[in-house]
Design a binder for this molecule. Sequence first.
Ligand code: MOS
Length: 778
Amino acid sequence: MSILKEARQAAEGVAQTALRKAVELAPDTWIPGGRPDPLAGRKHGLIGAPVSRLDGPLKVTGAARFAAEFPLDGMVYAAVAHSTIPRGRIASLETAEAEAAPGVVLVMTYRNAPRMKPMPLFFTAGKAVGPDNLPIMQDDRIHWNGQPIAVVLAETQEEADHAKSLIRATFGAEPATTSFAEARAKGTQPATFMSQPLQLEIGDAEAALASAPHKVDVVYRTPRHNHNPIELHGATLAWDGDTLRIHDATQMVAHEAWSLADIFGLQEADVHVTSPFVGGGFGCKGLWHHQVLGAAASRLAGRPVRIALTREGVFRSVGGRTLTEQRVAIGAREDGRFDAIIHTGTVATSPHNNMPEPFIVGTKSAYAAGSFKLGVDLAHLDMLANTFMRAPGESVGTFALESAVDELAHSLGMDPIELRIRNEPEKDPTTGTPFSSRHIVEAYRAGAERFGWHRRSPVAGARREGEWLVGMGVATSTYPYYRMPGGAARITLRRDDSATVEVAAHEMGMGTATAQTQVSAERLGLPLESVRFEYGDSKLPGAIMAGGSQQTAAIGASVIAAHRVLVTELLRLAGNDSPLAGLSPDEVGGVDQGLAKVDEPERHESYASILARAQRDEVVAEAEAPPPLETMHWSMHSHGAMFCEVRVNAITGEPRISRFLGSFDCGRILNSKTAASQFRGGIIMGLGLALMEETQFDERTGRIMNPSLAEYHVPVHLDVPAIEVIWTDIPDPHAPMGARGIGEIGITGVGAAVANAVFNATGRRIRDLPITLDKLLV
Ligand code: MOS
């Protein structure tokens, strides 16, 4: 371990100890020390209302401007050339012909690129979001097959693309590790995730497994996945002296501004990142080399630059989900109770990133068991840095765990739902902390009734309709509640009853701006039309990442804090002549364009009246969210139960999903329309994971062989049946608005629900994703 890493971990240790002390001292309410969010239990009004996306008209009319659509005066267009070997040196790089081609302004290579620091790796600082820390175009070295080796700038995109085709590179290849088996043979090492170890042992799980009367002990494999949001990665950027302006497609405006400043040696305030719309994020819309290289080339050429990656460019230079090999072993007693859960395995990663696929995270709190052995090991390959992809860890971890539970239920002769309920934990089985709110049994019962689970035959292969074998499967879905530190918000309330709420957050199509407008209007006691929610700009307060399904909670906690400052100031301005005189901020809430005592609504004064008397046009309140102590005090997770009906063609092996239902327990649902869409979108992505998505990685050369949507398959309309989604809507008393995250849970559990349904239909247990027809042909 490096000295730097040790120092960092020591510092983190001190911080963790301080946090633990604070948690111990804290009383038992939302955010320990506070009171539950009054909106959590509100049964009327805007919370939960199916409000259509406020930006919908802009998007359907094409008026919403995305990152690669901003026109800048004097702008040039970029094209990127990539390496064709996985490791070695650039032996020769001929650029003269490209430089002489029509319209070309600059060809940037390692020979003329400005000096820059490597990207600051994720988790090494509060706002560090570099997916790798490689010195790209700073020397002649090649680290992965597809690494950018040249950027061409030209007056048009076509001229840039043409000139790029004229660049001739030869390479001095060096031995590279591009096979998973070879990488493992060279030795693996234990993984850490977000500075925490991904290893956990409680009791002697191997011994408990060995002596268990019923057991399953099998290996599951999941392949690499590439990110394919509809909007390709792109940025439009310009320098003004030592300040950088970048229109980007990103899930992390504030983090990106900080990281770019670090790379170019600038002040954080001198980098301005905006991202009003993102055409799908899923974990890949963050900082990658194209923004850095685009900015470097722009500086060199003295021209604004638009750098828009091609679909192939995204495959070559934006990482995706890495492959996993997972052993799951469960030892159970005669009555089905688990005595041992073992979930271990290895993932592929690159030597220059710190993102393992943390597939054990969901397993830590899934089931009660006498003993646990959990661990993720890393094998290093010379490949593009893998990264976050919707529910990293849980998407593939639940495939393995929830398939294994189904296998065990089958061998026990038990209904798989009953086996899960029998092992439902009362408190977190590995930390011992109480759950903030866990109603997964209700989700299972409601889903089973709605889906008609009782019609499932426990005998595999028993139901046939013509050529089609029909089966049903179920699996638990889960995703943790996170709330990252750094949130802040500003509220401006005006005498005309309008308000603006500002946070450095993001709208990637999921409905955040709409839901947060609803929440803010409800909190302020204003109609929806009076509230504007501003986001997507690094100059706004806070650093709020749209990742880890935590944005809703992070914004909520920030707005609660700013709102309290606002109410405190309004009460001060109201003074002694107000019906509110003498009341504390805890006693009042926003009602009917003003403040009122919560349990005595006739004690009310309108905002207009308060501000008029104080001779003020507006009040501005800004505050930071409290640190996320709730996640240390309680075990907090979104929960769900996935139900799948599959039809497998007995002759061709073709699997077809005929029905799907997701039954969720994610706390309060803030907008029933956009939430249903989030859940469905996650499930559709899960169907892709189950049945088709697979990056074809050539293990001889480390080259991705299917870098297009023609060859990398994602579900299309005909692959997706009507998907029903239902939810408990039980508020979590320890989350802002009572709401836990919903962005990622939809993809989790789907792989196993499909695999379990396929087993029920055919008697074939598929442990390698994706479940393609060749694996089902006998
Ligand atoms: Mo997500 S993979 O945290 O965008």
